[in-house]
Design a protein around this ligand. Structure first.
Ligand SMILES: *Cc1c(COP(=O)(O)O)cnc(C)c1O
Length: 393
């Protein structure tokens, strides 16, 4: 493994230059590759010789992105997918079979919840959920047929922190795989592999791109695990497009810089909100008031760019808040250079009953903020003005 630091690994090109000696990462926009002769074609198809055959299997620009992310995450190997959900789906579908069982944290990304509750059960792959505040329940939930512990930390939208060291030890003890969705923290802030994770998945759509342009995902792990993933993915076809891989590779070059600023702005906004009269509570991993603050300090280098707070006045105040922000966007994304606010109870989770929402940690007045890279004074001013407008009588 390289001894170079994260920022350097994120910038250095991992593949050889082409005959044109380009300085920046080149883009190889081609669906297939030409063989010199029939013998080379035969050798490549029978895996005797490594090389690019067809871009669903591999492409130099995609490989460049994968190799970079693997170095940044401290993983042996990786595979890139068209979306973050393709990464989650491909991981589980390639490693599990009918009769297997997953133990997952309850507050998972919405589409991961649909996979666990509606899609995998069709193939007799079932799950048990564990609450973030009941971390002792993980071991009790492990069954004889459990193959994977699946965890998202910090979680969405609850911003709960789950103890990776604890789960790493449990996975080892029971001989099962620990899979971590590391999208919120990024590998700059949190390295699940250091705590015993076998597989890390990311939605590259979020902080890796960081500018709201492309979708992408990545799966990282040991060579042996990634070979299994590849054997499934090469033929089921969730591959990342080379164009998106190129955008993402270029974005990685500024990931550390951006995350430093996202975390800085988010901490300042969290501190401001803690003292705001219209706010009931604030949740941010690096605020000492966070219920899992000690775990956050143990496994995260910074608090990251996402926080949540409870606006006083419940669902109506939440709606008014969304309508009152001017600088922040209302959009279904996060990890963007632009500040984004969402109010799950009236939007993404409006179809659930209040009770169902509480079960996944969504109170009526919960607002999630993906704190952007605008100047912190302007972000605070926008949120402050919107709070005043939405909670006035
Ligand atoms: C967005 C997100 C995903 C899904 O990623 P897509 O690129 O939208 O498919 C998965 N997990 C988490 C935590 C996310 O925020």
């Amino acid at each position: 493994m390289s001894t170079q630091k994260f920022e350097t690994l994120a910038i250095k090109t991992q593949t050889e230059r082409s005959q044109f000696n380009e300085h920046s990462t080149p883009l190889h926009l081609t669906s297939s590759f030409v063989f010199d002769d029939a013998e080379q074609m035969r050798a490549m198809f029978s895996d005797e010789v490594e090389g690019n055959i067809y871009s669903r299997f591999s492409n130099p620009t995609t490989t460049e992105f994968i190799d970079k992310v693997a170095l940044m995450e401290g993983a042996e190997a990786g595979w890139a997918t068209a979306t973050g959900m393709a990464a989650v789906f491909t991981t589980i579908a390639s490693l599990l079979q009918s009769g297997d069982h997953v133990v997952s944290c309850r507050s998972v990304f919405g589409s991961s919840h649909v996979l666990f509750t509606k899609i995998f059960p069709k193939w007799n792959i079932n799950h048990t959920y564990v609450d973030a505040n009941q971390q002792d329940d993980w071991e009790a939930a492990i069954q004889e047929n459990t193959k994977i512990l699946f965890v998202e930390t910090p979680s969405n939208p609850g911003i709960d922190i789950i103890d990776l060291e604890h789960l790493g030890k449990l996975a080892k003890k029971h001989g099962i795989l620990l899979v971590v969705d590391n999208c919120f923290a990024t590998s700059y802030i949190q390295k699940p592999i250091d705590f015993g994770a076998h597989i890390v998945v990311h939605s590259a759509t979020k902080y890796m791109d960081g500018q709201g342009r492309v979708l992408g995902g990545v799966i990282l792990g040991s060579k042996a695990i990634i070979e299994e993933v590849k054997a499934f993915a090469r033929h089921s076809g969730p591959s990342l497009s080379p164009f998106n891989a190129w955008i993402l590779s270029k974005s990685l070059e500024t990931l550390a810089l951006r995350i430093d600023r996202h975390s800085d702005n988010a901490l300042k906004l969290a501190q401001f909100l803690e003292n705001h009269p219209s706010v009931e509570a604030v949740k941010y991993p690096f605020l000492p008031s966070h219920p899992h603050y000690d775990i956050a300090r143990k496994q995260m280098k910074q608090g990251g760019g996402i926080l949540s707070f409870i606006i006083k006045g419940g669902i109506e105040a939440g709606k008014r808040f969304l309508n009152a922000v001017e600088l922040a966007s209302l959009t279904a994304n996060l990890g963007d250079s632009r500040t984004i606010v969402t109010h799950p109870a009236s939007t993404t989770h409006a179809r659930l009953t209040e009770e169902e929402r509480l079960e996944v940690g969504i109170k009526q007045g919960l607002i999630r903020v993906s704190v952007g890279l605008e100047h912190i004074d302007d972000i605070i001013q926008d949120i402050d003005r919107a709070l005043e407008k939405s909670t006035e009588k």
